[in-house]
Design a protein around this ligand. Structure first.
Ligand code: FES
Length: 111
């Protein structure tokens, strides 16, 4: 796991909002749901809708395009969808928010 600084503390989205940022070349949505910060992939696996216009409902992220829902803890799609989104580990440190990405075997070899 490699940790990357994503945001300064003051840039962390307010409760109920979603912000899209780029971290280590990856587009990520930072979601503040009831003051819990979650980092997810930025696009919907259903048809590529962008989560930045979405919202949270009952612990799920709702895609604004066709309203598919994804659990913010597990990434699983709602019953019947058969899909999931990537949830990235986050850590609030003194100087801001960090996101962890799994390292692939080739990045370990070639840095
Ligand atoms: S693109 Fe997200 S639900 Fe269809």
């Amino acid at each position: 796991m490699k940790w990357h600084k994503a945001l300064n503390t003051v840039q962390i989205p307010a409760d109920g909002s979603i912000k899209t940022i780029s971290v280590a070349g990856k587009q990520v949505c930072i979601i503040n749901n009831e003051n819990k910060i979650v980092a997810t992939q930025s696009t919907c696996p259903h048809a590529g809708g962008h989560f930045s216009g979405g919202w949270c409902k009952n612990g799920n992220l709702v895609c604004p395009i066709h309203r598919y829902e994804y659990n913010l803890r597990t990434g699983r799609g709602a019953d019947g969808q058969g899909d999931y989104i990537n949830i990235y580990p986050t850590e609030l440190r003194e100087d801001g928010l960090y996101i962890g990405f799994e390292e692939s075997w080739w990045s370990k070899l070639w840095g």
